[in-house]
Design a binder for this molecule. Structure first.
Ligand SMILES: C[S@@+](CC[C@H](N)C(=O)[O-])C[C@H]1O[C@@H](n2cnc3c(N)ncnc32)[C@H](O)[C@@H]1O
Length: 233
């Protein structure tokens, strides 16, 4: 089967993987948004006791956060290095997470309908065919279960903030982290979801204030945003 992945994108994360858990590293934005997105997910569905799949889990920030809240978590990614870092970090945290090297599409072949909740955060803008990833996430979740996505909007403001601002001015991320052409408008993501039998539940923006250096959730979906969806029962 054709793998829906861009090897150069996966390599970018492998090259930085050893710094994943350093909150002052290139992964600082993920560290800072993690509590916000975890709290938001739990406004939609409690995590304790749930079988959760984290697609594009990287070094395991979100996976560990969900496991700490009582979920049984499986994390998949195509970066062996990131998975290695994620597995090593379990010795530090004492949490139990099943990390596996797989694309969402391959995993869906073997685990269709196996999860109460699927998360796919900050990953869709790194794959060649995001609609295929969305469809795989929909296959992986149980009927009535929730799938969470987050990505970056595609418009001039998003280019200014997410590429020029974050990579060149504030240097929050390494240059080349994001490719504007791969950004996804909320309406496009909702369309991919609908085609995969996922009903959109809540769309929420994630904004960074460069003066206070604080991230917050709110109505502004112009740059970063999250979408919760529910699989048709
Ligand atoms: C920005 S990181 C996000 C990590 C995590 N989801 C989070 O939000 O904390 C993107 C991750 O997606 C992974 N990735 C990229 N393309 C992938 C693919 N086709 N299948 C699985 N993982 C992929 C990368 O290796 C990287 O770990």
């Amino acid at each position: 089967m054709r793998v829906n992945a861009d090897p150069a994108e996966v390599q970018k994360f492998s090259d930085l993987a050893h710094r994943w858990w350093d909150p002052a590293s290139e992964f600082r934005p993920l560290h800072e948004i993690n509590p916000l997105r975890l709290d938001w997910i739990e406004t939609q569905t409690p995590l304790a006791g749930k079988q959760v799949l984290d697609v594009g889990c990287g070094g395991g920030l979100l996976s560990e956060g969900m496991a700490a809240r009582g979920a049984t978590v499986t994390g998949i990614d195509l970066s062996e290095k990131a998975l290695g870092v994620a597995r090593l970090h379990l010795f530090e945290s004492g949490l139990k997470i099943d990390y596996q090297h797989s694309s969402a599409e391959d995993f869906a072949e073997r685990h269709a309908g196996a999860f109460d909740v699927v998360t796919c955060l900050e990953m869709l803008e790194h794959v060649p065919d995001p609609a295929s990833t969305v469809a795989a996430c929909a296959r992986l979740v149980k009927p009535g279960g929730m799938v969470f996505f987050s990505t970056i909007n595609r418009n001039p403001k998003a280019y200014l903030f997410a590429v020029i601002g974050a990579e060149y001015v504030l240097k929050l991320l390494p240059r080349g982290t994001h490719d504007y052409a791969k950004f996804i408008r909320p309406a496009e993501l909702a369309r991919y979801a609908r085609a995969a039998h996922l009903d959109s539940a809540e769309l929420i923006g994630l904004s960074y204030n460069p003066f206070t250096r604080v991230y917050s959730l709110g109505r502004d979906t112009d740059v970063n945003y999250l979408l919760s969806t529910r699989r048709e029962a």
